[in-house]
Design a protein. Structure first.
Length: 154
């Protein structure tokens, strides 16, 4: 099953929105397979945000991501990366649709509450960057019969 990485960023921790983020992903029908709180350092941020390291906003982004602990989560679901990006909303929260996490709760592009993997391949890469195999849990989710058709559960 496809996996995707979510980070509740320092602004979500400060504003008490971690529960809201988890709630939205849970009620969508996604399966939580890993979760931990940690403080990010420069090496992991440079790797995670490799595509942005040369950009003008990177220095501010790194400083912000180190400003308090974050909560990282691995979620699983059929074609979950794309569905999660739709729930999360546009990078600039002022342009994000109402009903999305960023659209409902954020205003600043550099304070957009949440990271979500942007493709199936980056989901796979990012989940293994933040979690060891031992930290990822395999279990049956009884609700799946009511969430998916049989061919979507494989
Ligand atoms: P995404 O988080 O929606 O995938 P990316 O383009 O991958 O957006 O950018 C990664 C993160 O870098 C954003 O979530 C945001 O926190 C920050 N960022 C991106 N563009 C800007 C900008 O123009 N100014 C400030 N921060 C930015
Ligand atoms: Mg991105």
């Amino acid at each position: 099953m496809e996996r995707t990485l979510i980070i509740a960023k320092p602004d979500a921790i400060q504003r008490g929105l971690v529960g809201e983020i988890i709630h939205r992903l849970e009620r969508k029908g996604l399966k939580l397979i890993g979760l931990k709180m940690l403080s990010l350092d420069e090496p992991i941020l440079r790797e995670h945000y490799a595509e942005h390291v040369e950009k003008s906003f990177y220095e501010g982004l790194e400083k912000f991501m180190k400003s308090s602990p974050v909560v990282v989560m691995a979620w699983e679901g059929f074609e979950c990366t794309n569905s999660v990006r739709i729930l999360v909303g546009a990078t600039n929260p002022r342009a994000a649709e109402a009903g999305t996490i960023r659209g409902d709760f954020a205003m600043g592009t550099g304070r957009n509450l949440i990271h979500a993997s942007d493709s199936k391949a980056s989901g796979q890469r990012e989940v293994s960057l933040f979690f060891t195999d031992d930290e990822l849990h395999s279990y049956d989710k009884s609700e799946y019969n009511d969430i998916y058709e049989p061919h979507e559960r494989d």
